[in-house]
Ligand binder design. Structure first.
Ligand code: DQA
Length: 148
């Protein structure tokens, strides 16, 4: 079983980027935590971050051939702009949970709309790095159930 964690633009700056909004945990800390959490449960968790829309589209397209069972994605700013990434997720039809560190509903109005939420199995926003953990926990439970 394989779960992918995908991070969009500027999330490589976590730790120093607007800490009042996004907290002080770095992206490597988040990824290491998730990878270890998966391994402890016998599930391979691979993480990927890019600042480039096309790179995220390419990565998502390769999820089918790579045998990915579930995706946890924080599309970051692309949440509010990218029909291309939405279409890629629809094309591969791998179930996914959408995660945001901040609560996008209590910020600027333009962050309230997501191109992903209606395709997602679920959405977590505002819980910081714990949101990724909760999403991964859900993903693991789901892919484990599929084993039967
Ligand atoms: C974000 C919220 C987005 O609006 C923003 O563009 C981000 C991060 C979050 O995790 O809270 O880059 O997805």
């Amino acid at each position: 079983k394989l779960i992918w964690i995908l991070h969009g633009p500027n999330l490589n700056l976590l730790g120093t980027r607007e800490p009042g909004v996004y907290g002080s945990t770095t992206l490597s800390q988040i990824n290491e935590d998730l990878e270890r959490y998966g391994l402890d449960r016998g599930i391979k968790v691979d993480s990927f971050q890019t600042n480039h829309e096309g790179a995220l589209v390419d990565r998502i397209q390769s999820a089918g051939p790579a045998g990915v069972d579930f995706i946890v994605i924080n599309p970051a700013a692309f949440t509010h702009t990218s029909v291309a990434i939405r279409d890629a997720l629809a094309a591969v039809a791998v179930p996914f949970v959408e995660v945001h560190l901040s609560n996008i509903h209590r910020r600027e109005a333009f962050r309230r709309h997501s191109y992903f939420s209606d395709l997602a199995v679920g959405v977590i926003a505002g819980l910081g790095p714990a949101g990724y953990r909760l999403a991964l926990d859900y993903a693991i439970t789901t892919v484990e159930a599929d084993k039967a």
